[in-house]
Write a protein that binds this ligand. Structure first.
Ligand code: A2P
Length: 289
């Protein structure tokens, strides 16, 4: 059965319901549950238009990275949005070639400069590359102490990487961003993060767009009168994940945000949970060094 609440999209201030869904972070503050991912969104107008559309629709969370090549455009769209800076949660990430204490600090400075911002809300180590992981993390701890990143975290970290960090760090990450969708649920990593009060962010929640054609996802979507993308995004929301769907298309950005006025019932959640197949659609930290 589809549980309906008031439709925020018929409300004159429809931005509020979408942006007000947050999860608490371990080091105080909170993070909006829904963010726009801009991996694979081309730099220039495409990124600017996507981020502007998202902020207009009511998203308050943008997730970029050094390696995406579009930090400048994210910064322009954020600064020109007319939305107060402290209402927008901006994340960027440290790329692999910049590991090490001094290189990480320099890379962070360069990211801030490209974004044209005084601080970011979240700075992540993009990948658990071999060696230097601990000194890189201590650079992030310093950046946080300086107030230039409000929160710090990691991405693509599995339990062994997290255990290594726990044994050697002063503070644990607030966030771990990994690929998660019903076909790749990362339960062990998510359980570890839950035990240590780390919010998990789901990137590629649509399996890079490829899981939108799955028959189970489509039959649930049909039954409840929603789209396959909304079903997959809602599954993440109901699993207490921060969810970062990517789209460069304003209509789909809006559709992907329209997931807070319904809930998936137990039979839909059970059917989606049964889809686990260990199926990574992007680079896989289980096999990638
Ligand atoms: P586009 O940018 O043209 O909308 P993921 O977030 O899992 O990485 O998936 C991103 C892919 O899914 C992109 O190819 C994106 O294409 C596509 N996509 C995003 N939202 C939707 C949607 N609501 N319907 C169909 N395709 C979508």
């Amino acid at each position: 059965m589809l549980l309906r609440t008031a439709d925020p999209y018929n409300h004159p201030q429809r931005m509020k319901p979408l942006s007000s869904q947050t999860l608490p972070l371990s080091d105080n503050g909170s993070i909006p549950v829904l963010g726009l991912g801009v991996w694979q969104t081309p730099k220039g107008d495409v990124t600017r238009n996507a981020v502007s559309a998202a902020l207009r629709i009511g998203y308050r969370h943008i997730d970029t990275a050094r390696i995406y090549g579009n930090e400048e455009d994210v910064g322009i769209a954020v600064r020109e949005s007319g939305v107060a800076r402290n209402e927008i949660f901006v994340t960027t990430k440290l790329w692999n070639k910049d590991h090490g204490y001094d290189p990480a600090r320099k890379a962070f400075d360069a990211s801030l400069k490209r974004l044209g911002l005084e601080s970011v809300d979240l700075y992540l180590i993009h990948w658990p590359v071999q060696s230097k992981r601990i000194e890189t993390w201590s650079a992030l701890e310093a950046i946080k102490r300086e107030g230039r990143a409000k929160h710090i975290g990691v991405s693509n970290y599995l339990v062994p990487h997290l255990e290594e960090l726990r044994a050697n760090c002063n503070e644990l990450p607030s966030v771990n961003q990994i690929e998660v969708h019903p076909f790749l649920q990362h339960r062990e990593t998510r359980d570890w993060c839950a035990r240590h009060n780390i919010v998990v962010e789901a990137y590629s929640p649509l399996g890079n767009g490829r899981k939108l054609f799955d028959p189970t996802v489509n039959s649930i979507a049909e039954r409840i009168g929603r789209t396959p993308a909304q079903v997959l995004i809602r599954w993440s929301v109901q699993n207490n994940l921060v969810v970062l769907p990517k789209s460069a298309n304003p209509d789909r950005i809006e559709q992907n945000g329209n997931v807070f006025d319904f809930a998936l019932d137990a039979s839909a959640m059970n059917a989606l949970n049964a889809l686990e197949a260990g199926d990574a659609t992007g680079w896989d930290p289980r096999t990638q060094d």
